[in-house]
Design a binder for this molecule. Sequence first.
Ligand code: PLP
Length: 467
Amino acid sequence: MTDNIQDLLSWDRTLVWHAFTQMAEYEPFVIERAEGCVLVDIDGNEYIDGVSSLWCNIHGHRHPRIDAAVREQLDLVAHVTNLGASNPTTIRLAKRLVDIAPPGLKHVFFSDDGATSVEVAVKMAFQYWRQCPDPPSPPAPLPKGEGSCCGTTAGDKNCFVALGEAYHGDTIGSVSVGGVERFHAMFRPLLFETLRVPAPDSYRTPPNVAPDELCRHHLAELEKVLAEHHRRIAGLVIEPLVQGAAGMIMHPRGYLHGVRELTRKYDVLLIADEVAVGFGRTGKMFACEHEEVVPDLLCLAKGLTGGYLPMAATLATDEIWNAFQGDYSEGKAFYHGHTYGGNPLGAAAALATLDVFEQERTLEKMPAKIARLEEHLARIARLSHVGDVRRRGLIAAVELVQDAATKEPYPWTEKRGQRVCDFALTQGVWLRPLGNVIVIMPPLAITLEQLDKIMEAVEKGIPAATA
Ligand code: PLP
């Protein structure tokens, strides 16, 4: 087939249905190759990757160690199912993940994307309560007329708790525990019911409320829900420390730890979705480490393969694993699987990604980058039309507002965030906003000079987009 650039652009507009994109307005942005943290488009223009190819790239693109690992795996086998079969690379990855994960997470269920890692966790939690040897005692019958949270009988742990504006992916199960109104409202009739607790969002809290107080207040709110409904709640799903798609909402310190204590107290499984924040983004390998939390189920994807290949993992404790053991005839197996779950090419990329963390001492190099990011943010915070800047590790967000004093937001239809990103593109920087929030989430391998360039593009872009 002969094709030229014009053909490709035309097919991209009309044949490819892009995710989260209004295709009637779509303008092709076609990346042909990349090197390190720089993307090169089909016309040869270069852009610094300011959002890690949607929050997944870690060590840069075309990293020689990861490229070689994938090639070596190709010389062995490209794919082996994990339905009753295995391969050495995937086994080694499971061992490696168990070694680095918060202690106690000892079993790895592989799938292929962030949403599936959450879907798996939700289904595992549900099934766990039906099979665990010591289920919580049945509650007293509900008063007449008072329905249970999922329209099921009391005593069944059928419900989940999730945070306001949570995002856990786009399959129906993960949308059910998600809570971003603009993405999820359409699908509400298809979803199972989830009890929602508000996210502890310091930006949308009056300025006189200290972080400790915010934390205490939200834990108290959560405790009310758990105290009332815990017998019917299978698990609580949370994005630890940073709620990404909600606009990089950053939780106050201590909140995650408090959530862990409450879920233990009320016999509710804690599902930590580290799809976005895992693999170093927050400055530690896993966000849970900041608060010494061990969840019952840990969801990983995105950075797992360094952003190379679709692969995800749901890690579980012995307690959960044991509840699924039994004679074949008992039907206790986890009847869930994906054709490419645990695929060896992804596993090879993941193992190499972990090697690079060690060889390049990636986490040790982060403080200097974080400090530089912080310097830029302090300057940007003073611009008019900036309502807030926030950061955790190498994840940063700049919130645009009509009026910094009142924090009056721009209508989302004005696409102010996108305008800043369009400007950044003219400066050789690729960013993707979340509504009026400009997200800066570069690969951990970003250099200080590249970071400067990204932040200068944001700084110049804001006045241009808000004039
Ligand atoms: N969970 C979180 C916290 C995410 O941020 C995302 C994606 O951004 C997902 C799950 C879904 O991951 P995927 O797009 O790989 O399905």
